[in-house]
Design a protein around this ligand. Sequence first.
Ligand code: GDP
Length: 526
Amino acid sequence: MAFADEIDKRRTFAIISHPDAGKTTLTEKLLLFGGAIQLAGEVKAKGERRRARSDWMKVEQERGISVASSVMTFDFEGKTFNLLDTPGHEDFSEDTYRTLSAVDSAVMVLDAAKGIEKQTRKLFEVCRLRDMPITTFINKLDREARDPFELLDEVEQKLALDVTPASWPIGMGRDFLGCYDLIHNQLILFDRGKGASLSQGIKCKGLDDPKLATLLPDYALAKLREDVEMVQELCPPFTLEDYLEGTLTPVFFGSAINNFGVQELLTGLGNVAPKPRPGKAIERSVDPFEDKVSGFVFKIQANMDPKHRDRIAFVRVVSGRFRKGIKLKHIRSGKIMAIHNAQLFLAQDREIAEEAFAGDIIGIPNHGNLRIGDSLTEGETLHFTGIPSFAPEILQKVRSEDPMKAKHLGKALEQLAEEGAARVFKPYLGSDWVVGVVGALQFDVLADRIRTEYQVPVKFESTTLLTAEWVEGEAREIKQFMDQNRASMAIDHTGSPVYLARNSWHLDKAKDDFPSLKFLRTKEEV
Ligand code: GDP
């Protein structure tokens, strides 16, 4: 296939939702339709095996949250989809935000009984900042749900987003009969107990097609006609332009657990979701169709497979055709890397990437030289932007419960810091480490991972520290500042100096005493 066609058919997206809306279920079903798995249960079965091996997945199980995120690639109707999974719980939103920097569009899943929830809204705002096109899937129509008009109205009001239904539900809960596909003018009947088999639409010549009367009870058909008429009056028509600008969302109705509406959603994404978009670098905008390969690291994951102590840098390919063995320049260090063992992610499996195209995500195993935000190119100096960095909000001390393992703890913390799982500070004085996170639940996950992946039992203890701020400025002045504040100084995992402020008075004083130094709440990843 020609180079340009390969890029044209890529659809790289993520699913955003509030926990419990059905993201995991929808992901499974998308993979099922994409042929990436034979049975939807397979993802789960594999997941369970992994859980049995790795204790920290227990946190995931116990709390009903999804901690790890991954990439799933599958083909459907001539398109290649890269679905980037994002953790749903708000304490893990850093990872989610970074992942959203690597996709071109998003699917927003809503629970039909609940509508827009807190986390949906938060994630939507991140997408909006990037003008990202959003496709909406209203899930769980097989249960008692809110009136569809009310749901549409809520999306419009709360998110200030125009809505255009792509399908329309017929009944709900026990009386859910199916959907009318407004794009292809077909009726898709809901068949309870169909299990994993796929529902096929019945083509109609519009809502006046006499066939409909034989397929739907009179009351349902009358209501459907009335509803659709109202939709056409109330909702703006779908235009690709508005959708691509992120001001209008097509809305699909369905029931993920029953495989219902999923195929229509996937066809819709194939037809309208954007192909790879240009990448923004400080130097210039980078077109995906450029010959030369470029990309950026948006996520690091250590110990993906407990059997192999590998660390994978997830790279979004921004432009060009990646080939196995290609030499790429690591812009931050200026070093050239020959990439022989990059991986592609096919559902839950990985394989060596022979080639990859703009829009794809490749995983590069490495020993810690690749960091979040790093850019890779065939030589040109480009710094891709837009990977968010977060200020650590809560600071705790961490200590190994086994004093013999203090060194191992240091190593573990360093790796976790590189993953972006936490900020890690080594104070100049004393032997404890200080760890900064955005959400308190992250400490539980960290403790569990350090215990299971590095065999170090650890304890987190609260501190009275107010904040950690990176100190930047002239070397001579930084040294002077450090000499005067030794008890409050630390270095992060990259060796940059950090001021651990005990209270706001201290922080203000430090800033007053050294007006030419910069105190930063976040360290830019680039
Ligand atoms: P996530 O937290 O967003 O990943 O949500 P899950 O996919 O884990 O789903 C949350 C719960 O809703 C699970 O118990 C699912 O079985 C259930 N669920 C998902 N989709 C549907 C659906 O279409 N209908 C019904 N009745 N339940 C669903």
